[in-house]
Design a binder for this molecule. Structure first.
Ligand code: F6P
Length: 549
């Protein structure tokens, strides 16, 4: 049955109407225990959802919805490796990549833990060789810079975590990330690079993605211009892929390929060999700590009762905001400079997984699904877009993410930063009413502008608070969001693991590219597309473009 026709859904709709006068400020004033009631502590992590517009009754109805959606059985199916990505007929087993137990995980009669461990060993050996000088560049020099070429899931996770874990970087090696097809990205990243000490990782699940393949070809040409010997490629290029054949066609020795499998979705792949830039840039110990943190979350998600289950609570409060309070987006605001790329990562995770309007039974659905995920570091955002969060008529729920301690402690910073974060959460929740504004009035002008200084408040937010940012805690964090997205997909009856919308874009770009190369109009497109192609042809100075470096 369509979930929006269920009793649980209808109860929530009615409850939302009854809650129309609810204000967080009043509820906090009336209930001194609200914080204790609506927080969950999980190891060194605190999840505070007390500033959501909910009551015990809301939560009860949301848990009814989760149970009516069969959440617990879908969770079992996920971990058991059932082919829940039914449109691609694939299992969804990113959790196997970080499974620290001694138990086998069977898929099609095979224990996939053996394959996973084999690749992990290969990664470990490679990282050790690169770090110790056992692996050298073509001219005998040690590798100093790793350039990861990949896009989407083959880029965003490793890039976000590499910048998030600066305090854990391996000395003597830096990692850069190239994703954009715009040649400026590659050009900027090749700037001041010594080809003799550079290692390229070509990261692509399919090894067909246009952006990655073009960047890889250009990087290859750059290297050969400096080395002038094809055999140099083997010293400076490795690949991560599920497609061994195309890796070999590109000219990469299969021994220099790190494998992963079709049961790992792109946006869930950082735990696989796609994490190689992290293993090189942080060391294998820290890469493993990341996996351990994620495993701890997996166990929590699997075992904690729904009422104490953090990803479930994140998902359900998100559904309440999206489907019953009408919020269209979610702002992700890390108060942590290192986590500045977290909103980008979560954008792909949430929007590519749940930005869908056909349910898993192939039916069009009549309710909203994945929210628009956006954000930036909170402290900078305060001086940019927070005005709209505070005073517009648009409801934007927020995830605040922070840590008690900073890895780069400069006296006086962390307390101020933390104060800003909780002050914003409090102000957005409480607001400031007219009486309070008028109480501050000193002049006639103050009285006149009083309405401009009123804040409605009642903005719902979560606080995700770590004691410290470490590989382990960031592993926990990423897995919390992965499971949140899964739970929402289950409730919305979606297949969260395909991405046909993106596949369409990939196909269209290739076909237009072929047409663009023709010197005359092809007439196979609409007038606007044809017109734009013709404009490009007549203004392009492609013949003036250079090979970089
Ligand atoms: O952007 C869409 C997508 O299909 C993602 O899901 C994937 O992470 C990315 O493209 C890159 O694909 P590939 O790793 O195959 O190059």
């Amino acid at each position: 049955m369509c979930i929006s026709k269920s009793t649980a859904w209808k109860n929530l709709q009615q409850h939302a109407e009854e809650m129309s006068d609810f204000h967080l400020r009043d509820t906090f004033a009336n209930d001194k225990h609200r914080f204790d009631k609506y927080t969950v502590q999980f190891e060194d992590f605190l999840f505070d959802y007390s500033k959501q517009r909910i009551t015990d009754s809301t939560l009860k109805k949301l848990f009814d919805l989760a149970r009516e959606s069969d959440l617990e059985s879908w969770r079992e199916r996920l971990f058991a490796g059932e082919r829940i990505n039914h449109t691609e007929q694939r299992a969804v087993l990113h959790t196997a990549l970080r499974d620290m137990s001694a138990e086998p995980i069977m898929l099609d009669g095979e224990n996939i833990k053996l394959k996973i461990n084999h690749v992990l060993k290969k990664m470990e050996h490679f990282v050790d060789q690169v770090h110790s000088g056992g692996w050298l560049g073509y001219t005998g020099k040690m590798i100093e810079t790793v350039v990861n070429i990949g896009i989407g899931g083959s880029d965003l996770g490793p890039k976000m975590l590499y910048s998030g874990l600066k305090a854990f970087h391996t000395p003597g090696i830096t990692v850069r990330f190239v994703s954009n097809l715009d040649g400026s990205d590659l050009a900027e990243n090749l700037e001041n690079l010594n080809p003799e000490t550079t290692l390229f990782i070509i990261a692509s699940k399919t090894f067909t993605t246009m952006e990655t393949m073009q960047n890889a070809q250009s990087a290859r040409a750059w290297l050969l211009r400096h080395m002038n010997d094809e055999s140099a490629i083997a010293h400076h290029f490795v690949a991560i892929s599920t497609n061994a054949e195309s890796v070999v066609t590109f000219g990469i020795d299969p021994d220099n390929m790190f494998e992963f499998w079709d049961w790992v979705g792109g946006r869930y792949s950082l735990w696989s060999a796609i994490g190689l830039p992290l293993a090189l840039g942080l060391g294998m110990v820290h890469f493993n700590a990341l996996r351990e943190g994620a495993y701890a979350t997996d166990m929590h998600f699997k075992q904690a009762p729904l009422e104490q289950n953090i990803p479930v609570l994140m998902a359900l409060t998100g559904i309440w905001n999206r489907n019953f309070l009408g919020a269209e987006s979610l702002a992700v605001l890390p108060y942590e400079h290192g986590l500045r790329l977290l909103p980008d990562f979560l954008q792909q995770l949430g929007m590519e997984s749940n930005g869908k309007s056909v349910n898993r039974y192939g039916e069009n659905i009549d309710y909203a699904t994945g929210a628009i995920v956006w954000g930036a570091t909170g402290n900078n955002g305060q001086h940019a877009f927070f005005q709209l969060l505070h005073q517009s008529n648009t409801l934007i729920p927020i995830d605040f993410i922070g840590s008690v301690n900073s890895a780069f402690a400069i006296r006086g910073h962390q307390q101020r930063l933390f104060s800003n974060m909780i002050a914003q959460a409090e102000a957005l929740m409480c607001g400031k009413n007219e009486a309070e504004v008028l109480a501050e009035v000193q002049t006639d002008h103050d009285r006149k502008i009083a309405p401009y200084r009123v804040f409605k408040g009642n903005v719902p937010s979560n606080m995700l608070l770590f004691n410290n940012i470490t590989p382990y805690t960031l592993g926990m964090l990423v897995a919390l969001y992965e499971h949140k997205v899964f739970v929402q997909g289950v409730i919305w009856s979606l297949n969260s693991f395909d991405q046909w919308g993106v596949e369409l874009g990939k196909q269209l770009a290739s076909s237009i590219f072929d047409d663009l190369l023709q010197s005359t109009p092809t007439s196979s497109h609409d007038a606007s597309t044809e017109g734009l192609m013709q404009y490009f042809r007549s203004h392009s100075m492609d013949s003036l473009q250079v090979d970089h470096g």
